[in-house]
Write a protein that binds this ligand. Structure first.
Ligand SMILES: [Zn+2]
Ligand SMILES: [Zn+2]
Length: 283
């Protein structure tokens, strides 16, 4: 399992990304559904302060204090710096829970500020926030998960595999290759369709899709399906698209739409998933 997601626009949204034990947002009901798996969370990244994305924080923090599990593990909560609702809510939770039995680290972050997750073998992974356009006055982020990888320096691209291997033996790997950061995952948070420049190069895109029909949208605070798909087609290098934060008004249409989209995008080598607003999504 890689993802466990619950997302119903206006009600509750959270995304558990298992490989890195990261939680994006903490809508209500999260600790009820996760149970003792709340200990599987090391880092929380909050996209913005709307109640459907933060209401479960208090429950999560408390459950982790009382349920069976390893209390030695710290819990770090990363959130948009100067976001009033989040800061006030965290202050309230902290005051109500003065004697937590584990370490809770609160980390206000700014766009572009990288949070390192772990180093395992040859790769390092990090999460980096980027600003998104949501409701006015609400500081809102999306997040990229980056993985540091190595590639051949362009000046050696003309060499044969044997010549490259000889050069590595002679001069070492750092002489022949350079590091770059690959976007392995992008989470949009609540926003309008993310621009191509933001999503390009991401292996997996989890994008909010509050509106399936553009005619249902009032204001410019949430994404419409057609806009997201246009940008994904243009980006051309996304392997997997997971649509979440879907309004429950479309619940009865999800399965037909999923089939149609999956057929259309299979030709382009893109896998599409829709998070049903009434069901837990596991992938
Ligand atoms: Zn929302
Ligand atoms: Zn919102």
């Amino acid at each position: 399992m890689e993802f466990k997601i619950f997302s119903k626009a206006l009600y509750s949204t959270w995304i558990l990304y298992r490989p890195e034990r990261v939680l994006f947002d903490a809508g209500e009901g999260i600790s009820t559904i996760l149970g003792n798996s709340v200990y599987a969370i090391k880092e929380v990244f909050i996209t913005h302060g709307h109640v459907d994305h933060i209401a479960g924080l208090w429950g999560l923090i408390n459950t982790r204090n009382n349920a069976m599990g390893d209390r030695e593990k710290a819990l770090k909560i990363n959130y948009p710096k100067k976001n009033r609702a989040i800061e006030d809510f965290l202050r309230f939770i902290t005051e109500m829970n003065p004697k937590l039995r584990y370490e809770m680290i609160l980390n206000p972050i700014e766009p572009g500020e990288e949070v390192y997750l772990r180093t395992a073998g040859n790769f390092r992974r990090s999460v980096i926030p980027f600003p998104v356009q949501h409701t006015s006055g609400e500081i809102s982020y999306g997040y990229h998960v980056l993985e540091e990888r190595r590639k051949l320096k362009p000046e050696f691209s003309h060499l044969s595999p044997q010549e490259i291997s000889d050069l590595v033996k002679e001069k070492g790997r750092d002489f022949v290759t350079q590091t770059y950061k690959k976007k392995i995952l992008t989470v949009s948070g609540d926003c309008n369709a993310l621009p191509v420049s933001v999503i390009k190069g991401s292996e997996t895109l989890i994008h909010e899709c509050t509106f399936i029909n553009g005619g249902d949208r009032r204001g410019q605070n949430h994404a419409v399906l057609s806009e997201i798909l246009d940008n994904v087609r243009e980006a051309s290098d996304i392997k997997r698209l997971i649509l979440y934060h879907i309004s429950s008004r479309y619940s009865s249409k999800i399965s037909v739409l999923r089939k149609k989209l999956q057929e259309e995008f299979a030709e382009k080598g893109i896998k599409i998933y829709l998070v049903h607003p009434e069901r837990l999504f596991v992938l």
